[in-house]
Every structure is written in structure tokens, then in C-alpha cells.
Design a protein around this ligand. Sequence first.
Ligand code: PMP
Length: 326
Amino acid sequence: EATLSEQEREALLERRNSFPQLPLVNFSTQYALSVFEGLKAFPQKDGSLRLFRPEQNAERFKRSMEGILMPPFPPELFVNAVKTLVRQNKNLGYYPRYSDTWEKDGFLSGHSVYIRPFSYSEPGIGLNQSEHPWVVIVSTPVGAYFEGPNNKAITSDMIRATENGTGWIKCASNYVISTLAKKKANSQGYMEAIFLDAKERKYLEEGSSCNIFVYLKDGTLVTPALGDTILPGITRKSIIELAQSMGIKTEERKIAIEEVMDSAKEVFVTGTAAGIAHIESVTHKGRTAVFADGKMGELTRELLLTLKGIQYGSHEDKFGWMTDIE
Ligand code: PMP
């Protein structure tokens, strides 16, 4: 919505208000027994909409449900349900078209469709696992995610996840800290908060709702290795595949914040909502390191161009990431 004109926003709200409101009342939010997903469909030149790697979200949804002891939703059903919802809403004219996109700084920018499947426990009092969870899928047109006045990041003094915890699960409870940390960073004038590990308070983990990559001066692209504490992002996985196909040396490992401050030439974050967003600077304990003169670096630009190109159909989908909704 952020990029809509006043008139477009009004039209969108009018359309939205014409939908029946979903009864999302949930008696068991007290225990946060809820997991969710986020994926996107992109309008194509030929008038169709295509989904980006929905089967990956379906698998992660299943793992998340298992992670909080819910009976898992079958991945095939997930993909079919998402396709049905998107197809029907598209036919009703609720979604953006390719003509709603535009070029900005050499990039195709603009609207896409965000799809949010979520599951939550049936009502109950007490610490019981969910036997009969509900699954609901909603979708909405979206514009750019990071649209703030800057692309600055700051390390957070909050702890998002600990070893042997739920950090790897896309569960509702994780997002309390994410929201608090992000809002705190925003109030200090930064776009994004970066979490450090709980134990040593030294190693990079991820952003409030995105994974992080660091392009080192020696030409290696590094990202924190997955473990208990990091969400296995689908964009993260795609960027690793993309960078490797471009001949870039990539490593998944521990990254000390000092290494970022001293040896990074580009830093960027990845996520379904954010896509790829460059980080112009990182502030840690009062010290600020600026990357690529505060602009989007060359590698970040190339990765973003390729990813967007594949998603909006201007680049060949050589990895087979895009899926028709028909
Ligand atoms: N980390 C967190 C905490 C997130 O919420 C997200 C968004 N799902 C990501 C990383 C990025 O994951 P993806 O690329 O699958 O959207």
C-alpha cells in the first residue's frame, strides 16, 4: 500500500471492505501456538500471476507445525490451497497487474501479492499441544517493504533466539521480540535491527524478519550458518544458489560482528517481503561502518536485478523457481 497513490489506496480499501470479514477470533493466543508463512505471487507481462517457490513454504510450514507439535498440514494441500485462493482473487480483480509495476533506479518496482498462510491451535486452557489446528490463508496486494528514509541497521541488545529454542521455527511467539527490536531501531533512526547470538553476543544471526548476507572485501559472500536460532529463509537459500551460479564463492558460517565492521564491502538482507535490501551502514556499540559509500553495492544490485527479473518474468527462470497458479 505504501507506494499507492491516494486514489489507488481508496479504491483498494473500498474493495477490501467489500469482502466478508474473516472470523479470526482465537481463544488460545495466550499460549502462542501458532505458526505462519509468507510467500508471494508476481504479476507477469502476459497477464498471469506466478508464485515464487511455494513448495518451499509448504515444506517449512510443515516443519514449523511439527516444531510446535501440531499435526502437519500436507505440503501438496498447502500449494493447492494457495493456488486456489490466488486464482479466485485474481479472477475477481483484487490483485495488481503488470501495468502496476514501474522502473525505479533501473529496477522493476511495484506491486506483488503477499500470501499469508497461518495455523493456530483450537481453544483450550492449559499447556496442551494442538490436536486440531485451524489453517487460514489470506492474501493482500503489497508494495515495497523497506521504504524508510534510510537503509541503516543497528545491532540489537535484545535476544531473539537461544540454542535449543524455537528460533528456527516460523512461530508467532518469535515475532514479539522481532517487533520490539525493530520498533526500537526505528525509534533510534535505523531501518532495521540485527540480532546477535545469545551466548557470546558477538555473532550475526539475522534481522527482525530477514536473513543477512555480508560480501567481504576478499570477494566471499558469507551468511550465518543455519542452526537452532535462525529462520531458514527461502530467499536466503535462493540467493546462495544464485550467487554460486554466478561463480561467487559463498560460505555459511559464524560471522563475528567485528568482521562485518572491518571487512565488509557490501551488506544486504533478504526475505519474501523485503526481497533484497542493501544495508548502507551498521552501527554496533556506538561505532558505525558504512558500506559501498552508503549506496547499493554492485553484487547486491546484480543479485537483486536477477531475482526480480526471475520473479517478474524478464529473466529466464533457469532454476525452475516460478509456478503457475492454474
Ligand atoms: N528471518 C525471519 C525472522 C523472517 O521472519 C523471515 C521472513 N519469513 C526471514 C528470515 C526470511 O525468510 P524468507 O526468505 O523465507 O521470507
